[in-house]
Ligand binder design. Structure first.
Ligand code: ASP
Length: 328
């Protein structure tokens, strides 16, 4: 058995590890581990308390994948519900579909009686309002929201306004391997923007025969590279989990234009091995590891640079009020 989550998984790791130790299935353990993270407003990048989009609305993404059946459930840009991961789980049970977005996802969530909530907490509202007051011209304010949003979207790459996800990878006592993700995506994103978290094959993938992978960071990069699926395919072709993750990081060198930033890749194989690599990381990334016994422990991720200027392009000192700092 093994459980790997990113640092954002702190609130759920003990639950998932205990459930796996007690014989629970990987999918149940992952869903149960992600739910408290979604519900806690102090986690600013997942569920309630997540940063809003550029219109000040919280849009949530989540998915689960069962590596034995290769069934998935994913929701994107879901508004007004507390547990997107559980809506994704119910999709696997009740629908012949794999991905629902926006109004359709909300309609399904309401249909199954999923818990509703206002995900925009007062502090997020305050931060969004401060951005609005400081950054928009009087004319834009007068016309709001009927203004061009695209020029304002550079704020979505500001690291100070929240970008992270929680990712869980688990192998249970039966050997089944599953993955799960949940996120509010990038703060100040264009409405309807989906990151990689609900995109199976980009932000996560699981196959009980080979292993699983999940990513955090710039979803635009892993969508373009099909990162999570690539890692599992590399393992299928005989690569170790470490080599597969490094190969996927190498794939990112081909990216030209668009957003180049940081991505952290998490992966496990079928034999209890794992690898976590922070692409363009600054050496501070940590993750949670539980290897079937004892308590989960925090471990440092390996940092790998794939572009010399990537970190400089997303200034770590930028603020959501610093309009000029993110123009590129
Ligand atoms: N991967 C997420 C997204 O692109 C955000 C993150 O993990 O930082 O929406």
């Amino acid at each position: 058995m093994i459980l790997v989550t990113n640092n954002e998984g702190t609130l759920g790791v003990p639950t998932s590890a205990r459930m796996l130790a007690d014989g629970a299935g990987a999918l149940d353990a992952i869903e149960a581990g992600i739910r408290p993270i979604e519900a806690d407003p102090s986690v600013r990048t997942v569920g309630r308390g997540g940063w809003p989009n550029i219109l000040g609305e919280v849009e949530l993404d989540a998915c689960l994948m069962d590596g034995t059946t290769l069934r998935t459930g994913a929701v994107g840009a879901l508004k007004g519900f507390l547990h997107p991961v559980s809506v994704a789980r119910e999709m696997m049970r009740r629908l012949p579909h794999e991905l629902l977005v926006g109004e359709g996802a909300a309609r399904f969530a309401a249909e199954i009686g999923a818990e509703t909530t206002d995900n925009l907490i007062p502090d997020s509202k305050r931060a969004w309002q401060a951005w609005f007051d400081a950054e928009l011209s009087p004319e834009e304010k007068r016309l709001w929201p009927n203004v061009a949003l695209a020029p304002l979207c550079r704020h979505a790459i500001d690291p100070e306004i929240g970008r992270d996800t929680t990712v869980f990878l688990a192998q249970d006592a039966s050997g089944a391997i599953c993955s799960g993700t949940s996120t509010s995506g990038w703060g100040w994103k264009y409405p309807g923007r989906l990151g990689d978290s609900p995109i199976i094959g980009a932000g996560s993938y699981a196959d009980t025969r080979y292993g699983a992978a999940a990513c955090t960071g710039a979803g635009e990069m892993t969508i373009r590279c099909g990162t999570a699926r690539s890692i599992v395919l590399y393992m299928k072709k005989g690569a170790t989990v470490a080599d597969a993750v490094h190969e996927a990081a190498e794939d990112m060198r081909a990216l030209q234009g668009g957003l180049i930033s940081r991505v952290t890749i998490h992966a496990i194989d079928t034999r209890g091995n794992h690898k976590v690599v922070a692409v363009n990381g600054d050496g501070s990334n940590v993750y949670w590891l539980w290897e079937g016994a004892g308590a989960p422990r925090r471990c440092p991720a390996e940092a790998v640079a794939i572009s010399d200027d990537a970190i400089g392009r997303v200034s770590p000192t930028a603020r959501y009020t610093a309009r000029a700092s993110n123009q590129s």
